[in-house]
Design a protein around this ligand. Structure first.
Ligand SMILES: *Cc1c(COP(=O)(O)O)cnc(C)c1O
Length: 425
């Protein structure tokens, strides 16, 4: 008789505890704020959005916050605002969601990918430095899967080579590196605040900066209705209020209304997630073959634990793939909670247009190319409920104990997992 549920054994848990994972948490204040916008017919207005921006800037400890309709567009505006254009190169980690870098392409610049650190999954500063050329203008820092990038090294490299630093904080809103808030290191930061992220408002993005010129250019790029707020009639008279980007980035006010309430409760929710996730990992401390990915520096954290991953060593389990292992884990816990790999490495994908010589610019990135066989996603607990979390711990320990039962079902076809983008066409 097999023990593992995936092989017909009895699962650890038979009912999915939806409440543990449901996100975002909606309260009456939010319902009311949203209805007010609808009933006022004020969805395309700016008054609530401007309040949200003021409050967000204070929370984010930056002078200016500019709300956007998506994180993708906030990032695109940031890349434009720092002056990225034809002939420029921007260095970005290969293992991220495509929107971290595609804006550079639409501006006529080129993206050069760097490798990642196999222990933290973050951009590897040595690889960043190795990819600098006379054309490099900016580094796109992605605090990936809630973990901060090694900002001491990145800022030193940027200073040495006179490069602009842009931060993509979509995975780590309110996170810290050595006590300093993520999104306050570079010239500008931008982030998604869509529903799936830790700081969730619905479709939306935010750009933050202390630099008035960057703020102004981001407005000029995609906020036609606000150009007159920051440019004199003299300055924009030739094109009147046509935005430079030819795009419209205004946030829906239902999103800004929700965002204002999120700002009041996010820090508390973030703290509860942190407590729950740390409880889970405390119970798995020292277990052979799997290990938490967590920043070692004092004052660094994993805010919100968005899309969080852990290291999985197939060699510790007779070469059983992470995909097979995840399947076995999920079978123990009513089907959901664990996932395979991370984002598909962009340097191996179809994201770069034909004509860009990825081999010449980026070369081989051995860690990025392989990482998706070595990581698994753990359950994203939103509440500290030890009795429920214990079941997930039990599932992990059980699958490890009886992993040999998986040798019969090991699915090597699925070894190179990856989310977010299909491989090269
Ligand atoms: C989600 C995400 C984005 C894009 O944000 P949208 O709001 O979905 O447009 C950009 N970068 C990263 C790293 C993301 O995860």
């Amino acid at each position: 008789m097999a023990h593992l549920a995936v092989q017909g054994g009895t699962p650890v848990m038979d009912k999915y505890p939806e409440k543990m994972f449901h996100w975002p948490i909606v309260n009456d204040e939010m319902r009311k704020a949203m209805l007010d916008v609808l009933e006022d017919g004020n969805m395309s207005g700016l008054n609530i959005t401007k309040q949200f921006e003021t409050e967000f800037a204070a929370w984010q400890q930056r002078k200016y916050a500019l709300a956007h309709n998506t994180g993708t567009n906030a990032l695109n505006a940031a890349m434009f605002a720092v002056g990225l254009g034809p002939g420029d190169e921007m260095i970005c980690t290969s293992v991220t969601y495509w929107a971290s870098c595609t804006g550079a392409l639409t501006l006529g610049a080129t993206v050069v990918f760097c490798d990642i650190d196999p222990k933290t999954l973050q951009m590897d500063p040595d690889s960043v430095e190795a990819h600098i050329t006379p054309r490099t203008k900016a580094i796109m820092v992605v605090h990936y899967m809630a973990h901060p990038v090694d900002m001491d090294r990145i800022m030193a490299i940027a200073k040495k080579h006179h490069l602009i630093v842009i931060e993509d904080v979509s995975h780590a809103q309110g996170g810290h590196y050595k006590g300093k808030l993520l999104g306050t290191f570079g010239e500008v930061a931008a982030m998604s605040i869509m529903t799936g992220k830790s700081f969730a408002v619905g479709e939306g993005g935010m750009l933050v900066t202390d630099d008035y010129e960057i703020y102004r250019r981001a407005i000029r790029f995609g906020h036609y209705a606000r150009i007159g707020d920051v440019y004199s009639p003299e300055e924009y008279k030739e094109t009147f209020t046509v935005p430079w980007g030819g795009v419209k980035n205004r946030m829906h006010q239902c999103s800004s209304a929700v965002g204002r309430i999120q700002l009041r409760k996010y820090d508390a929710e973030k703290a509860e997630i942190d407590k729950a996730m740390k409880y889970f990992w405390k119970k798995l401390e020292g277990v052979n073959g799997i290990s938490i990915i967590y920043p070692k520096d004092e004052g660094s954290d994993k805010a919100g634990w968005y899309a969080t991953r852990f290291l999985y060593e197939p060699e510790a389990f007779h070469g059983i793939s992470n995909a097979t292992f995840a399947k076995a884990l999920n079978a123990e816990v009513a089907g959901h909670g664990f996932s395979v790999g991370g984002n598909y490495p962009l340097h191996k994908s179809s994201v770069l247009p034909k004509g860009i010589d990825v081999k010449a610019l980026t070369g081989e990135l051995p860690v990025a190319a392989q990482i998706n066989t070595k990581i698994l996603g753990e359950p994203w607990f939103k509440h500290y409920e030890p009795e429920i979390i214990d079941k997930y711990v039990e599932a992990v320990l059980k699958v490890i104990e009886y992993h040999e039962e998986l040798l019969a079902v090991n699915d090597t076809q699925k070894v190179s997992g990856g989310i977010g983008l299909s491989p090269s066409r």
